[in-house]
Design a protein around this ligand. Structure first.
Ligand SMILES: Nc1ncnc2c1ncn2[C@@H]1O[C@H](COP(=O)(O)OP(=O)(O)OP(=O)(O)O)[C@@H](O)[C@H]1O
Ligand SMILES: [Mg+2]
Length: 353
């Protein structure tokens, strides 16, 4: 390996010897760590990060060739500033440098900023809509009442067809308005919640509604501990996300053939997550994955905003409510989507660092 070529990379790279000491650093690493090559060489690489034990163990395993690569989140200090980084430890066993460490200052921080903006944006929209909904609510009641009175006075029963239209449309609007005004900011009733129980209840509902149109797959990490949360709201959030997935899959179904639509519920524990500008030692990630066509391109940026829908007959409130419920828990819903693989991740904090 020509080590000078590493200087051309924008990613910080450290090459380690068998003992896990820094043997070479590239220019990007000098910038990222704010130290010179001389200062870093000969030192244990794990000591450059804030969680040296965890890294030392990955480095040791990589040096033995026991793992190909390990990706971890960590922080390092440039001066006194803590910097969130993602660290990939790569095993190069059998070569001159048995371990390579790649460090990027990134995603976490960018993601946290993006999430923060999203939260504020959604809150503004929601407030506006709530106010509007309140304004609509009162006249709507009057309208419906008047139609009922009118119906009672009608000389000809066949005319009730018209009053019935007024009444049923008023009811439909009422239901929409109620959903818009939505959950009042009542405090969370947080207690330990078993996420798998919630998933199971959602699975039962989805199966009942969609029957053989979708196949449900459970990929649970049984070691996931309970999360502090409000079971009713979490269940509603999971259900809204899962129903969307199932609704997309129904469209894939060909008559007479077995359904190819699959919704996977996957639970995992994530370490060192940044959520709402706070670092959490442990977080729960529930991924709901489907193999449908994917989220339409034109609504991706606004997906969590209320009234954004890509579905005929959709009201566009499901995800906005789900996001609200998860955010009330200090968490966030994120998504990635491409044709054949759409993944919504509900990230819920468990322990603050
Ligand atoms: N898993 C998914 N795959 C593809 N598109 C999705 C998926 N989940 C959501 N979407 C898109 O996002 C839109 C918004 O979803 P959201 O749940 O907020 O509203 P809705 O499903 O249209 O209506 P509502 O949930 O209020 O009945 C959907 O209309 C759909 O176009
Ligand atoms: Mg929906």
């Amino acid at each position: 390996m020509n080590v000078d070529a590493l200087d051309l990379l924008a990613t910080a790279v450290l090459l380690l010897n068998e003992q896990g000491q820094v043997d070479h650093v590239n220019a990007a690493a000098e910038d990222l760590f704010g130290r010179s090559r001389k200062q870093m060489c000969g030192q244990p690489a794990s000591g450059l990060f804030d969680n040296p034990q965890e890294l030392a163990s990955s480095i040791e395993r990589a040096a033995r060739g026991a793992v190909a690569d390990v990706r971890q989140s960590s922080t390092l200090r440039r001066g006194t500033d803590p910097i969130e980084v993602s660290v990939t430890t790569v095993s190069l066993s059998g070569q001159k440098w048995p371990v390579l460490i790649e460090t990027r200052e990134i995603e976490q921080r960018l993601l946290a900023d993006r999430n923060h903006r999203l939260v504020e944006e959604i809150e503004t929209h929601r407030q506006l809509l709530r106010n509007l909904a309140h304004e609509v609510k009162n006249p709507l009641g009057g309208l419906r009442g008047a139609a009922q009175l009118l119906e009672a006075e009608l000389p000809n029963a066949s005319l009730t067809e018209y009053t019935q239209v007024i009444i049923s449309e008023a009811d439909r609007l009422q239901a929409l308005v109620d959903r818009l005004i939505g959950p009042q900011r009542v405090p969370l009733n947080a207690r330990p919640v078993n996420i798998h129980e919630i998933c199971e209840r959602v699975c039962a509902l989805i199966q009942a509604e969609f029957r053989s149109d979708v196949r449900l797959v459970r990929d649970y990490d049984a070691s996931v501990p309970d999360v502090p949360g409000d079971a009713a709201r979490l269940m509603q959030a999971v259900l809204n996300v899962a129903r969307n997935a199932a609704q997309e899959l129904v469209l894939l179904r060909r008559p007479g053939e077995e359904s190819a639509g699959v919704v996977t519920f996957r639970t995992r524990v994530a370490r060192q997550m940044m959520l709402a500008h706070r670092r959490h030692r442990l977080a729960l990630v529930l991924s709901i994955i489907d193999n449908g066509p994917g989220v339409p391109e034109d609504i991706r940026d606004r997906l969590f905003h209320p009234l954004v829908t890509g579905r005929a007959g959709g009201t566009g409130l499901g995800l906005s409510l789900a996001q609200d419920f998860v955010q009330q828990h200090g968490g966030i819903i994120e998504f990635d989507s491409r044709p054949g693989h759409t993944e919504f991740r509900l990230v819920l904090p468990m322990e603050t660092a």
